[in-house]
Design a protein. Sequence first.
Length: 163
Amino acid sequence: MGWKIVNGILNTVITVCIVAVLALFLCNAAGLRTYVVQSGSMEPAIGTGSLCFVNTHASFGQITEGDIIAFELPTGTLATHRVIDVMPDGLETQGDNTEQSDGISTTRENFVGETLFAIPKIGYVIHFLTTTRGMILGITGVLCLIILNHLLPSGEKEKAADK
């Protein structure tokens, strides 16, 4: 009976891992770019370590005051801030947790898309899994689960053993 519970847990974990990877792949294929928030400039709306989903198909011309957008900084990194003014020269943005405006930080050239939603804290896991150590541990963990799942007795083997 105990092996059935362990086997069920292993199957669930493997299924969740596969579904999560497929979901992220499908999001990227559909134009939803994902990235991990590295600072607290948008807290409490979007916390540090959140996984953000940005619609890269959003139209720059449709962005209005109050929208949360992603844009590329001159350093090449992404920023997520709220639009506080739409001007002819571009979009003026500001982090919810900052006192000062970014100025007209976003133009058509560095606009990435509109932030649709964010999942809190999951970005820490994603960020860890993108490191060398995280990749090694993640792949090793999944392989161990698969191997353990195949080594555990199946329901048919248990029934045969009980007879």
